[in-house]
Design a protein around this ligand. Structure first.
Ligand code: DGJ
Length: 729
């Protein structure tokens, strides 16, 4: 049993292959955190709750409750009653007072895992996951809180979520509800998080955890370019293969907070959930609120193990698209090729040339609808612009199919341009505050997705286009963050629900889309990579990683992204040069090798690129066909980081059976008068003998990993090489 209850000791245990998580119940019913770490094999005890220590022993001595609450390692701390650290649940009663205290009432343990109403969440069969539901109550409020823990044994993951049910008679307000908390003793932790901006998303940052609260968050209505719903606490000296790592990742695509707090007693509270800013949810008697899921993992073997736990978990238990384990077509997207300046003829030109080189799908990006020739109009008017797409969409798709390519299309369904028929008819469908001119961003407003008729309209527009032609792929874009939060549809009391209702609206739309079009390949995108999160992965197996497709910028972006997410989820293309974001010129070959570590595709005008680049495309498409399965299904190892050494980057992907390992090495800057560089590779079977493809060089896995492999220097900057090792014995 991976989840058990020891009734005598009042201990709940959740075991995965390499980890154990222990929860203890005090005599009064407080739910405390005992332990999370390396797998325990023997009897477990509750002494780490420290209930015997001064100044307060709840069962013996009622003299100093606040001291107790302010120190006790809580599984789910509540606000207003004396635990002054960050709370996870703040409830305001009808009198306007905030306070809540939870006591254990009962529990349920079962195989499998329930769905979360209206939300993306992990899934698994009875033999893959066991769930513990702890039922807690606040007797004063009549509030029931269900703390749910699902242990995924094979992947070393615990998925946590929380449901709050009003079983009382008062109208309550949830002013804050997070999804997970981890109270621990400090181990000189460092905090590792992902930060960024447009075109440079998910850069890794790490630093000492100081006293007080340190957080990353978004209040932009999406998970954001700027900060990422991921947080890890690591012990000093943690690297790819050593060190303790406690990590959380949020299955949510809206506002979030991920925070670590080092307290006066050198304890650490790590929390994650929906950001409380501009959040207030009304909970009438009989109603329930479901908070999104947090994915929790512990690794005692460094960051590499954490990464592979997340990768396996997302591939096995989050991504449900049929493309999850299937080859994705090599696409060519016309955005950087033409921007808004295209027509049927131009697209067919691109398609015709692309076909010759082994490309398999044409994606028509922004600008095919309404009167959109720039980014200043027509969002919401999802009718094909027949002056550009002469003969209509169906005819275009048929011609592309005749050429031998599949067809994909771009939408930005959540938005409305002030200059659109839709806005002229329904100005009240835009999110805005009555009496205040709403802030435009990229010349657009955001649609009020809390409003059912808006959801209906948006869905019908997308579905109608998809029914009108043979479209197999959709890029779902979202190009601005939310502001001026106001809904003309929600009442005064409910405006604080808008941020969350917006995200629920996005989920409802995507759920409907993938249900009605189960074979559709959906790629989410938000001005590049602003909504790259596990919530989106539930609907789409891949997400556009960044608008910056420069091979060198991508090294850092893809290193940060792949710290958590599988390579198969990272939208990556060979793009035009000089690069449209940084003006850098990199070899076509390097652009191909870097894009191979993602979904792989093209984003350039194939009819115009230099002949010597063009010549490489057939070779690159063959390369994709050779390696796509390994990259999609294999184990990822980070070998070296350009972000750290400023000279070179290296990663490896090993097949699960360790029969082959593909190492990618990028020499960002050449070094004069230097010898070969020794790198300690990973991912091999130490017992195995491997041949380096296209050579007669043979190595044992042990030698490559313990003694190292020599990367011979080559001439030039921004150059890259693939090393394919095949096991022979
Ligand atoms: C932002 C996306 O990231 C780009 O790839 C492109 O689709 C543009 N939007 C189109 O407006």
């Amino acid at each position: 049993m991976s989840v058990y209850y020891d009734g005598n000791k009042k201990i709940f245990g959740l075991h995965t292959k390499n980890t154990s998580y222990l929860i203890g119940i005090t005599p009064e019913g407080y739910v405390g955190h005992i332990y999370y770490g390396d797998r325990l094999q023997k009897e477990t005890e509750a002494y780490l709750l420290r209930t015997e220590e001064a100044p307060y022993t709840p069962s013996v001595n009622k003299r100093e409750k606040s001291s107790f609450l302010d120190f006790f390692p809580m599984e789910f701390p509540t606000g207003g009653v004396g635990d002054y650290r960050e709370s996870c649940l703040n409830i305001r009663n009808e009198d306007g007072c905030m306070g809540c205290e939870l006591f254990y009432e009962g529990h349920e343990i079962f195989g499998g895992k329930k769905k979360l109403e209206g939300l993306p969440a992990s899934f698994g069969a009875e033999e893959q996951v066991q769930t513990l539901e702890l039922i807690c109550k606040d007797p004063v409020l009549g509030l029931k809180v269900i703390l749910s823990y699902s242990a995924f044994e094979e992947e070393d993951i615990i998925a946590r979520s929380v449901q709050v049910v009003n079983e009382g008679t008062q109208k309550l307000k949830i002013e804050k509800v997070y999804s997970a908390c981890l109270d621990m003793d400090n181990e000189s932790f460092e905090m590792l998080s992902l930060h960024g901006s447009w075109a440079r998303e998910r850069h890794i940052q790490q630093g000492e955890l100081r006293y007080g609260k340190q957080m990353v968050s978004s209040a932009r209505g999406e998970s954001s370019h700027q900060e990422h719903p991921f947080l890890a606490l690591v012990t000093p000296g943690t690297g790819q293969q050593q060190g303790k790592v406690y990590a959380m990742n949020f299955v949510y695509s809206g506002n979030f907070i991920a925070q670590a707090e080092r307290t006066q007693f050198d304890m650490v509270r790590m929390v994650m959930g929906i950001h409380q800013e501009e959040f207030c949810w009304n909970l009438k008697p009989g109603e329930a609120f479901q908070a999104p899921e947090v994915i929790l993992t512990y690794s005692g073997q460094g960051l590499g193990k954490m990464t592979r736990s997340f990768h396996d978990f997302y591939r096995n238990h989050m991504i449900r698209s049929p493309y999850n384990h299937k080859k994705r077509p090599i696409l060519i997207n016309n955005w950087e090729a033409t921007y808004f300046d295209f027509n049927t003829e131009k697209l067919l030109d691109i398609a015709g040339e692309a076909k010759k080189d082994g490309i398999e799908m044409l994606v028509m990006d922004d600008g095919w609808f309404g009167k959109r020739n720039l980014d200043d109009s027509s969002l919401g008017d999802w009718q094909v612009n027949e002056t550009k797409i002469t003969g209509g969409l169906k005819a275009l798709v048929e011609k592309v199919n005749e050429i031998g390519l599949e067809f994909g299309i771009w939408f930005e369904p959540e938005m409305i341009s002030p200059d659109s028929e839709l806005y002229r008819q329904h100005p009240d469908w835009a999110i805005q505050i009555r009496g205040r001119e709403a802030t435009q961003s990229r010349c657009q407003y955001v649609l009020d997705l809390s409003r059912p008729e808006v959801l209906e309209y948006v869905y019908d527009c997308v579905a109608k286009i998809l029914h009108s032609a043979n479209i197999v792929y959709v890029k779902w874009d979202m190009n601005r963050q939310l502001s001026d939060l106001g809904s003309s549809w929600l009442d005064r009391e409910s405006q604080g629900e808008l941020f969350h209702r917006y995200v629920l609206g996005v989920y409802a739309l995507q759920e409907r889309l993938v249900s009605e079009f189960p074979d559709l390949l959906l790629e989410n995108c938000s001005g590049g990579g602003a909504r790259f999160d596990p919530g989106m992965l539930y609907y789409s197996p891949q997400i556009w990683c960044s608008d910056d497709a420069d091979a060198i910028e991508r090294l850092v972006i893809q290193e940060g992204t792949s710290l958590v997410y599988p390579l198969s989820t990272m939208g990556a293309h060979v793009s035009d040069c000089p690069n449209h974001s940084v003006g850098r010129v990199t070899p076509f070959e390097t652009r191909g090798h870097v894009a191979l570590a993602g979904t792989f595709g093209y984003e350039l005008d194939i009819t115009k690129i230099p002949a010597e680049d063009r010549k490489l495309i057939p070779e690159q498409t063959r390369m994709y066909h050779k390696y796509h399965e390994l990259i999609r299904e294999g184990d990822y190892y980070r070998i070296a980081s350009y972000r750290e050494n400023h000279l070179y980057d290296c990663w490896a992907v090993a097949s699960k059976d360790k029969k082959e390992v593909l190492v990618t090495y990028v020499q960002v800057l050449g070094v004069p008068n230097s010898h070969s560089r020794k790198l300690y590779l990973q991912g091999f079977d130490p017992e195995g003998v491997y041949r380096l493809e296209d050579t007669e060089e043979r190595y044992t896995g042990e030698m490559l990993m313990k003694a190292g492999f020599l990367m011979r220097g080559f001439w030039g900057d921004f150059k890259s090489r693939l090393y394919h090792f095949i096991r022979e014995a």
